[in-house]
Structure formats: structure tokens, C-alpha cells
Design a protein around this ligand. Sequence first.
Ligand code: T46
Length: 137
Amino acid sequence: MLSKYELLDFKTLGDERGSLIAIEEGYNTPFEIKRVYYIFDTKEGIERGFHAHINLKQIAIAVKGSCTFVLDNGMKKDEMKLTNPNQGLLIEGLIWREMKDFSPDCVLVVIASEHYDEGDYIRDYDRFLEEVENGKN
Ligand code: T46
């Protein structure tokens, strides 16, 4: 799988009552949705992630508050700050990710293409670089 990350813009459906965003498989997600999880109540100064995935595709949305993703494809590192519930960060393939600078109110919803599988995680950075070197990226 080609690895990539990009910001997706979701259409906000709003009226005088407020806003609503719908995430629908095949409409605004480029994969079949098998799992949804959310990260919240993250303590001050905590950093999470520090791994890559072999096959998993995910979209991360800060539905409340903000946090920053550090994204590394083995050749370059980027930072993306998620601040808006109408944007989702799509991550596919071998991308090392770290998350930091969680605001106290941050609720990060993640939509995933596969069920939870610890075997899909690469939690060792040197192994990640080897996989990139082996052309799996
Ligand atoms: C990712 C980033 C953005 C489960 O049992 N089921 C699940 O679906 C998930 C996601 C986690 N877990 C367990 C595994 C650990 O014992 O929950 C615990 C915390 O998971 P982890 O340390 O992997 O959490 P993060 O925040 O470092 O990473 C998570 C996702 O695991 C990962 O896929 O891309 O968020």
C-alpha cells in the first residue's frame, strides 16, 4: 500500500440550531469502516502514538479541542494541528505517528479500516525505518 497522509474537509450541515457533520462509508471515507475509537481526557504534557501501522487506514478528527500529529514517512517529518471538527486527517500505510499538545478538552475520534490488531503495529522506530527501506512505503 502506498503510504500517505492528507487533510480531508467534511461538509458542515448547519442551520439555526447548530452544526452537524456526517461521516458515511463510500461517501466521504476512502475505506470501509470497521472500527471507531476516541481518545479524551488526555493529561497535560502527554504524548501518544509512537508507532506505525502496516495495513491500517484511519481518519482522525478532533471533534472538540485540538491536538497535533507528528507524521513521519521515514524520509521527512510534518506536523499537523487538528483544531476543527470539519477536518479529518487521513493516514494510510507506513507512517510513523506521534500525537502531542492535546488541549484539556480534546476529544479525538478515529475511524479505522480494520478491527484492532496488535500485529499490525510497528512500535520500534528502527524496524519502521527498515520497513521503509525495504520498499513497503
Ligand atoms: C493510532 C493512534 C492515532 C484496544 O484495545 N483497541 C483499540 O481499538 C485501540 C485503538 C487500542 N486498544 C488498546 C491498546 C492499548 O492497550 O488501548 C490501549 C491504548 O492504545 P495505544 O497505546 O495504541 O494508543 P495510542 O493513542 O498510542 O494510539 C492510538 C491507536 O492505537 C493507533 O492505532 O494510530 O491512536
